[in-house]
Write a protein that binds this ligand. Structure first.
Ligand code: UDP
Length: 377
């Protein structure tokens, strides 16, 4: 009697454990972590056009990736970040030294790759970067009405953004209830970071540099090898893969990538601003809607944009295109190690020309007046 009772009991416990783990597994496909970094009620103050805050609490409930990463080396038997090791026996098309894209330039004058469809072999690139198995952080802001863009961005990101890589989307928002449940692939997470609401869109746009700097300092640094900063009002349409990864990768702005003289780039032209670029200087005009690189290099650049904007604010200047202006000045004197073509950020506003063979990400058409807190364009 006792034995049969105990066997039944053991069986029941086993079944419950299995059911419970099954439910946990299914739930994890949809779930996100909620890092409550900041208490929004404390963030009503503004100073120098930037959101000013106090860190009240750092509560982290992301599971650690399990590998200790130090100086770009990890202890999980993977290759170091940046090492271009390839797989023995991998089959791929032989590269050709004479044939390739001839309609576009695929190298910069400082010898960095300029990445277009047809300039890389996804089989080779994936093999190299999969061996590194990097952890990739994507920082996006969805403040105010911009939470409406989260679903499309995240769902399409799951189809096309660094598929099969370890990705965490860090969603900075003032309204975490509106962060949708999205089915995520294996080793992919959403981590929600609370930030205060804003009265001006410029506050959000510039404030991103400050919040991202603080969040990297607080927790992202120990969770990622690469970091991307991206605008949320966009949708992935095609592969955005490991060919985009490098120490510092910047994207050519679709509006100025051909036939624009450097003196007509919308750089900040007032010498008083820290973002100033004089006439006669400049390589390209880069967008601030997609940029990425090694965690520490991105940290340096994000922090640079933040501190330079603060300096400007002290003399009542806001750079012409906010952080994009500071980004462009930095990249003029600190050249990016990869330049991504406008395939990596097109716009639904514009027709797609023949040299753009693949639109990988496209910005959505939006009603600026309706979606921004202070309207305007
Ligand atoms: N953003 C936001 N709330 C705002 C304004 C901007 O979350 O009220 C974020 C959002 O991630 C957006 C990015 O800042 O994608 C850039 O702003 P916006 O898209 O308005 O700039 P645009 O690229 O259209 O000039």
């Amino acid at each position: 009697m006792f034995r049969s009772f105990s066997r039944t009991n053991v069986f029941a416990i086993l079944v419950s454990v299995l059911l419970f783990s099954g439910a946990l597994y299914i739930y994890s496909g949809y779930s996100h972590s909620d890092i409550s970094l900041f208490q929004s009620k404390d963030f009503s103050k503004t100073e120098s056009n930037a959101i000013i805050t106090n860190i009240v609490e750092v509560k982290e409930d992301l599971t650690t990736a399990g590998c200790v990463v130090k100086d770009n080396l990890n202890n999980c038997g993977k290759w170091s970040i940046g090492e271009l090791k390839s797989e023995v026996g991998l089959k791929y098309a032989q590269p050709n030294t004479l044939k390739g894209r001839t309609d576009v330039n695929s190298v910069t004058n400082w010898n960095a790759p300029l990445v277009w469809e047809g300039t890389f072999d996804p089989v080779v690139i994936d093999s190299i970067y999969k061996r590194m198995d990097p952890r990739i952080a994507v920082v996006v802001f969805a403040v105010g009405k911009y939470t409406r863009f989260l679903k499309g961005f995240l769902e399409s990101g799951e189809k096309y953004f660094l598929v099969d890589f370890r990705v965490t989307y860090y969603v900075f928002t003032d309204n975490k209830q509106d962060v949708p449940q999205v089915r995520l692939g294996r080793n992919r997470n959403i981590s929600v970071v609370s930030v205060p609401s804003a009265n001006r869109w410029q506050e959000v746009v510039l404030g991103r540099m400050k919040w991202a700097t603080m969040a990297i300092d607080n927790h992202i640094r120990s969770e990622a090898d690469y970091l991307f900063m991206m605008d949320i009002d966009s949708v992935f349409h095609n592969r955005f893969g490991a060919e985009s990864l490098s120490r510092l990768s910047a994207v050519l702005h679709r509006g100025y990538y051909k036939n624009t003289h450097r003196d007509h780039f919308p750089y900040e032209r007032r010498p008083q601003s820290k973002a100033y670029i004089p006439a006669g200087e400049g390589d390209y005009y880069y967008t601030a809607a997609v940029w990425g690189g090694y965690l520490e290099d991105m940290y340096k650049l994000v922090k640079h944009c933040y501190t330079q904007a603060e300096e400007d604010a002290k003399i009542n200047i806001e750079a012409a295109w906010q952080e994009e202006s500071h980004l462009n000045r930095y990249l003029l004197y600190n050249k990016p190690t990869k330049v991504l073509s406008p395939e990596y950020l097109w716009s639904d506003y514009d027709a797609v020309p023949a040299d753009i063979k693949v639109v990988r990400v496209s910005q959505l058409v939006k009603n600026y007046k309706e979606v921004r807190p202070n309207g305007g364009h």
